[in-house]
Design a protein around this ligand. Structure first.
Ligand code: SF4
Length: 452
């Protein structure tokens, strides 16, 4: 439970010496309660205060940092529902390779993982992790594959083996990758804890239900190791969904520490070559929405990955902050100074749809994007951010008159009412009213600009 300012004040020296920058210990306690100060700013805080406040200020879901530079982060979520605030660390995607795969298959999958890039609304999205599964009897093959994957891709790994010695050896050869060892059970926990701690990896903890998971995580934490990931041992989507929801609610609402960790899930492998991957895709969607930390795909399938990366992007954008592009004049294709100028808002989705449609039409043009605080066309217009005056003002700021020689500017059909005001604010320019929907841009361009 979070402590109140008054509860925190009782733990402070109460001398009001002001060295922390606050006038009184109570004022400092209030800042601590609001998470606007750090206890280290009080040089006289007792060990008891550090212990109590340290535990109280731990995030309800542990942050786990993976990868060589620890830049892949999972956990540290603070809300049950995205619309309450935002989800912060998106589900990491890992693609699996088995040590029993043929040499050619391994090479092909490693190459595919390394090369795969999905571009969405200006972002380049890559596969986050590689999973290595020990399926055969040869421990050396598993360790060698882990080493090869790490050296080839330099991405964090999910290392899966029931052979403890093989897993420990693999953990050692990929030290520095900040990977995940899968998986600790009551029998293997002590040995794997040492391997994870000594080689700076996270440890997945497996159990068939939450009760057993709680016992394991509580024990590891008592042993001083807190770099844990939860793994519910079930392929049932409903069981997984229920367990994840109960655990996340307990962590966030009751600050129940034994379940305050991110989850890892393993999607079911296709049952036949004709498997359409729908079941595993549904399972991954559930993970993305509720509350997967790492999702391991049994194989590399770019169609499945691109759909799920797009869904993930939608869920993990901050609903309070529209994705925006930089306000400026964009060149679409290779426009000349005399090429036409289109105007739209700086809401990313709007920008990419409009620029894509102009590109599809086969012409080169300019796309003029004024500052609209990331709003779509009608919203920006209603908020007074996309008017003749604001567009004209931004055109003057960037010197549009000197950047192009054309004096035709095409506005979205939904805001045809601003055409007069825009002409007043852009002397010498002629405003053309374009279509309402971007999908009609191509026919508009053909009919009005190319004259066909
Ligand atoms: Fe109180 Fe510590 Fe701040 Fe001094 S530095 S006023 S003791 S909280």
């Amino acid at each position: 439970m979070a402590l109140t300012g008054l509860q925190i004040q009782k733990l402070l020296p109460k001398t009001n010496c002001k060295e922390c920058g606050s006038n009184t210990c109570l004022a400092f306690a209030m800042k601590l309660a609001a998470k606007k100060a750090d206890l280290s700013e009080c040089p006289y805080a007792s060990e008891e205060a550090k212990q109590v406040l340290g535990a109280a200020s731990e995030p309800p879901v542990k942050l786990i940092e993976l990868g060589p530079d620890q830049s892949l982060k999972i956990g540290a979520e603070t809300v049950l529902y995205r619309h309450e605030k935002t989800f912060v660390h998106q589900t990491a995607f890992a693609v699996n390779i088995n040590d029993t795969d043929s040499h050619e298959e391994i090479e092909r999958t490693l190459h595919s993982i390394g090369e795969y890039v999905l571009e969405r609304v200006g972002e380049q999205i890559r596969i986050d992790m590689v999973s290595i599964t020990h399926k055969g009897n040869d421990a050396h093959a598993f360790v060698a594959l882990a080493k090869k994957a790490w050296e080839t891709l330099k991405r964090p790994l999910v290392l899966c083996s029931s052979d403890i010695q093989a897993l420990i050896e693999a953990a050692q050869v990929v030290k520095g990758s900040h990977s995940v060892l899968v998986s600790a059970s009551p029998e293997t926990g002590d040995q794997l804890l040492i391997a994870a701690r000594d080689n700076d990896h996270a440890l997945a903890v497996t159990a068939p239900d939450l009760n057993e998971l709680v016992q394991l995580t509580a024990k590891f934490k008592q042993d001083g190791f807190n770099h844990l990931i939860l793994d519910i041992d079930t392929l049932s989507l409903s069981e997984k969904f229920q367990a994840f929801s109960i655990a996340r609610r307990a962590a966030l609402k009751d600050n129940y520490k034994p379940l305050g960790y991110p989850f890892i899930t393993f999607l079911e492998a296709p049952t036949s070559p004709d498997d359409d991957l729908l079941d595993s895709t549904f399972s991954a969607v559930t993970d993305i929405c509720k509350y997967g930390g790492i999702c391991v795909f049994p194989l590399f399938d770019p169609a499945q990955l691109s759909a799920l990366m797009t869904i993930r992007m939608n869920i993990y954008t901050d609903p309070q902050k529209p994705i925006q592009v930089e306000p400026k004049l964009y060149a679409i294709g290779e426009p000349k100074p005399s090429s036409p100028v289109f105007v739209t808002t700086n809401f990313s989705l709007t920008y990419f749809i409009v620029s894509g449609e102009i590109e599809n039409s086969g012409i080169s043009a300019w796309l003029f994007v004024p500052e609209c605080e990331g709003m779509s066309v009608l919203t920006a217009w209603a908020a007074g951010k996309f008017s003749g005056a604001t567009i004209g003002k931004f055109a003057k700021e960037i010197g549009l008159d000197n950047l192009v020689t054309t004096r035709n500017i095409i506005i979205p059909g939904y805001v045809s009412q601003i055409s007069g005001e825009l002409e007043e604010n852009l002397p010498g320019w002629k405003v053309l009213v374009g279509p309402q929907d971007a999908s009609d841009l191509e026919s508009f361009i053909k009919a009005r600009l190319l004259g066909s």
